[in-house]
Design a protein around this ligand. Structure first.
Ligand code: ADP
Ligand code: MG
Length: 327
């Protein structure tokens, strides 16, 4: 059974198409990922699915309920953990959860029971009566997830669940996400971390500028790249372009891209391609400084479909934010 179904789902802000005819279906029990750089349209897409933003056109159904016509039925079956911090840090964890339960019209006894369960689940029982302002970033995130689960949703939306957390805490949060999913909660999470999508998700929709450019299991997405990735660095940056030009001509090189002073080649067989690559470079008088060989990652999949890397995109956004702050 499909828990979520969208057809041509579109959101337009002025002259910006934030989500462009997205058609996805998510099965019961799936851990489904939306992977894309900042501004790709991930939050907009799950905001439409969770009824916080009306679609411009197209349809979306959650458990068979239409997000526009039956929003309260949709809301009753979902939990949402948005990107922004939304706890009241002047209250304790219990008070935050209790408030949420009341908003969902839960009886006191049921609220108590569920609070104990969800606090246990995210291992915050012993800190339940402490003010949230005394919590670390990771603990707050866990509490937000616990709150999203208070009313027993069948579907949980997580928007960038580990954004800004340290690596150790991220792995911890991943464990909770897996645990919940194994208990039968269908999940849709957004992320711009490739390792996160790769590690957690059953299937991934890669989204760029509002378009879903690829959708499959992480394994299949990577397998479609076929072959190996060889990265080359040269000592003299001016030699990069000539090296690129001579590699493009070679039959065994399937794809070439140049970024950040690294030439990235997609080849059928990595081990066998290195010797000819080195001799071609030597013949052109180009000195190779380093060579690395690896299997395709989701970043390569993203580059394959968009011509850019997710990381570059995020980095340039960080630059823009920093510049704005400086001003
Ligand atoms: N309320 C809004 N008004 C105008 N533009 C918006 C609004 N919300 C998002 N956008 C724009 O829509 C695009 C997608 O945004 P978003 O869904 O937040 O991306 P992501 O979550 O993938 O980072 C971005 O270009 C963003 O600036
Ligand atoms: Mg977002």
């Amino acid at each position: 059974m499909n828990v979520i179904e969208t057809d041509g789902l579109t959101k337009v802000f002025g002259d910006l198409v934030a989500v462009d005819h997205a058609s996805i279906s998510v099965e019961k029990g799936e851990l489904f990922g939306l992977l894309g750089p900042n501004g790709a349209g991930k939050t907009t897409l799950i905001s439409m699915l969770s009824t916080t933003l009306p679609p411009t056109s197209g349809v979306a159904r959650v458990y068979g309920f239409d997000v526009l016509r039956e929003p309260s039925s949709v809301r009753a079956s979902i939990g949402v953990v948005f990107q922004e911090h939304s706890l009241d840090d002047r209250l304790t964890a219990r008070e935050n959860l209790d408030l949420h339960g009341r908003l969902y019209g839960m009886e006191k006894a049921l609220r108590r029971k569920r609070m104990d369960e969800v606090l246990e689940l995210v291992e915050l029982s012993d800190r339940a009566n402490d003010l949230v302002k005394t919590y670390s970033g990771g603990m707050m995130r866990r509490l937000e997830i616990a709150r999203g689960l208070m009313h027993h949703p069948k579907v949980l939306f997580l928007d960038e669940p580990t954004l800004g957390l340290d690596p150790q805490t991220r792995v911890h949060i991943w464990d909770y996400i897996k645990k919940l999913n194994e208990e039968g909660v269908t999940m849709i999470l957004t992320t711009h971390y490739m390792d996160e999508a790769d590690h957690l998700c059953d299937r991934i929709a890669i989204i760029d500028h509002g378009n879903i450019v690829a959708l499959d299991t992480p394994e299949n997405l990577k397998a479609k790249i076929r072959g190996d990735i060889i990265s080359l660095e040269v000592g003299d940056g001016h030699q990069m372009e000539p090296l690129k030009q001579s590699m493009i001509k070679e039959d065994f090189v399937r794809d070439v891209s140049l970024r950040n002073n690294t030439l990235r080649l997609t080849v059928q067989n990595g081990e066998r391609s290195i010797p000819p690559i080195l001799s071609i470079a030597a013949q052109s008088g180009i000195k190779i400084q380093s060579v690395s060989l690896r299997k395709p990652t989701l970043d390569d999949v993203f580059i394959h479909h968009t011509g850019r890397a997710i990381r570059e995109e995020s980095a340039s956004l960080m630059d823009r934010i920093k510049r704005r702050r400086r001003r």
